[in-house]
Structure formats: C-alpha cells, structure tokens
Design a protein around this ligand. Structure first.
Ligand code: FES
Ligand code: FES
Length: 127
C-alpha cells in the first residue's frame, strides 16, 4: 500500500514526540487503543493560564498512519482552546494525510486521544 507524502513526512520526522516532565494540573494525558489492531496512542496537552493549548507531546506504538496522525494533531492543537481542539475530526485528519479506508481507524485513534487528554485535564482541574 502506498502512503501519501504527508504520512511519510510525519512518520520520518514526527513532531513533538515524547512526554512532558512532571505531571501538574496544566497537563492532560490521554491514552487510547485501537480495537481494530491493538495499537496504542498516548497524547499529552499542556494548557496555559489563558486556557489555550501551549504544547503537546505524543507516543504512539503503532503503524505509520497512527504515528503520522498523532504527529499532525500535536501541531494542530497548539494555540487552540480545549473546545476547539475537541472538535478536531478524524475525517479531517484522514483527509489531510490522504489515508486509505483501511487506515481510517488510525485517525480515529488520534481524535479519541485528544478527547481523552482533554477529559483528563478537565478532571484534574474540576472543583
Ligand atoms: Fe499493526 Fe497498526 S495494525 S501497527
Ligand atoms: Fe491500527 Fe494504524 S492504528 S493500523
């Protein structure tokens, strides 16, 4: 199967790989798995005092499309509010990376990881 150039670029030069040091209330962590293939994605969002996402990190144990999807969304979420980030749709990720139908679930993993990270952040900061 041929990967698109954007997938190959993000796969070979993934952006924002890793994890934040420490774990204070400004960081939300989402960990999700894809039932279709068993791949796992861990996404972290760092939220500034102004409520905007300052930075993001990811670690993905999975296929090239999953790595490219997570790399892409770490770029997309920066500067967004949590509300805006929660609206990033897997279909837009799949379209940007020109994912073939069998790889759509890889982009769903990225959408789910953003939502999980936001939920974790909100849980930490509730009260
Ligand atoms: Fe094997 Fe995704 S199915 S890496
Ligand atoms: Fe399962 Fe890509 S995340 S094949």
């Amino acid at each position: 199967m041929a990967y698109s150039e954007k997938v190959i670029d993000h796969y070979e030069n993934p952006r924002n790989v890793g994890a934040f040091e420490g774990d204070d209330a400004s960081i939300g962590t989402g960990m999700v798995g894809a039932p279709a293939c068993g791949d796992v994605m861990r996404l972290q969002l760092k939220v500034g005092k102004n409520g905007l996402i300052e930075d993001a990190r990811f670690k993905t144990y999975g296929c090239g499309s999953a790595i490219a999807s997570s790399s892409l969304v770490t770029e997309w979420v920066k500067g967004k509010t949590l509300d805006e980030a929660s609206k990033i749709k897997n279909t837009v990720i799949a379209e940007e990376l020109a994912l073939p139908p069998v790889k759509i679930h890889c982009s769903i993993l990225a959408e789910d990881a953003i939502k999980a990270a936001i939920a974790d952040y909100k849980k930490k900061n509730a009260q």
